[in-house]
Design a protein around this ligand. Structure first.
Ligand code: SF4
Ligand code: SF4
Length: 294
């Protein structure tokens, strides 16, 4: 059973201008509330994720949350850079109105790198936002729970998108995160535009360290056959993810029916590295684990 979030897009305007943003270099604007309402009305899924742009600076942000809340969704997730949550009252209002899951984008634990990748003087505000989010009751987690967000009322996911410039910092981010103790930490390789296979060692150290540090960490955008020993920490096993492509080698992989494949632009780097799983061993262990979610 996957967690599924229907996306609600509020427009492209943002107070950052990240280098990997799909709207980087474009003229940005917000969508009117009436249009967003219609999208919310059309949702069939139990959960929604509100994203942009930066939803917290939409002039009707609280109206959007109120409206979504009135529809009785199981969970409202907010994808955000958390800069507005540097203002505690603003954060508490968002929680009070029904945001239950905060997905915060953190680009580095180093101010210079974070500001460079976000193309804005954003690090200190994001940090203050994360510190304030730490105060959410029950945001801490049991590192042994495979999907801790299912167990808590309000939760904080910190997502670190991986670039060439920050890929060696995953371990430092895993240590740095002890300051604000997220519910979980996600290292997202989905849009990485370089051959990251040489950097997987940093990821594995970071996944390991996160558990030692008391929170769960996962990867995104890396096929399970490359996660030597950390397969159970692939976010794709838990949350519904758009399918990528499959390569010839995948044809003989026992995990293929459940794999979300290879993300756009990664097949050139990964074709040498992917290793089809045999029916016994890893594949059967993962399938047993996935059956256990039902
Ligand atoms: S915070 Fe998100 S929406 Fe804003 S510029 Fe960065 S990637 Fe784009
Ligand atoms: S070999 Fe292909 S199908 Fe199998 S896990 Fe790797 S990417 Fe997925």
């Amino acid at each position: 059973m996957f967690l599924e979030y229907a996306p609600i897009f509020v427009g492209s305007a943002c107070n950052n201008n990240c280098l990997d943003c799909p709207f980087h270099g474009t003229e940005r604007s917000f969508r009117p509330f009436e249009e967003i309402k219609k999208d919310i009305d059309a949702v069939k899924a139990k959960n929604i994720v509100i994203s942009g742009g930066e939803p917290t600076i939409h002039p009707d942000f609280f109206k959007i949350i109120d409206y979504a809340n009135s529809k009785g969704f199981k969970r409202i997730k907010l994808r955000t850079n958390a800069r507005m949550f540097a203002y505690k009252e603003f954060l508490w209002k968002a929680i009070h109105k029904g945001v239950e899951m905060f997905d915060v984008r953190l680009l580095s634990n180093k101010e210079k790198t974070h500001n460079f990748l976000s193309q804005a003087d954003s690090f200190r505000q994001t940090m203050r936002g994360l510190e304030n989010l730490k105060e959410i009751p029950n945001a801490k987690t049991n590192p042994k729970a495979p999907l801790p967000l299912l167990e808590f009322k309000a939760a904080v996911q910190v997502t670190m998108p991986i670039f060439k410039e920050n890929s060696s910092q995953a371990l430092s981010v895993a240590n740095f995160a002890t300051r604000f103790m997220p519910t979980y930490l996600l290292f997202d390789f989905g849009k990485a535009s370089f051959d990251f296979t040489k950097n997987l060692g940093f990821l594995f150290q970071a996944l390991d360290k996160s558990t030692d540090n008391g929170f769960w960490a996962m990867s995104a955008g890396i096929p399970v056959c490359l996660l030597g020993g950390f397969e159970e920490q692939a976010s794709e096993l838990y949350e519904k993810t758009p399918a990528g492509c499959f390569l010839e080698k995948c044809g003989v992989c026992a995990f293929k029916p459940h794999c979300t494949g290879i993300r756009q632009g990664h097949s050139e780097y990964l074709k040498k590295h992917i290793a089809p799983l045999k029916p016994e061993g890893k594949a059967s262990r993962l399938l047993d684990m996935m059956d256990g979610f039902e």
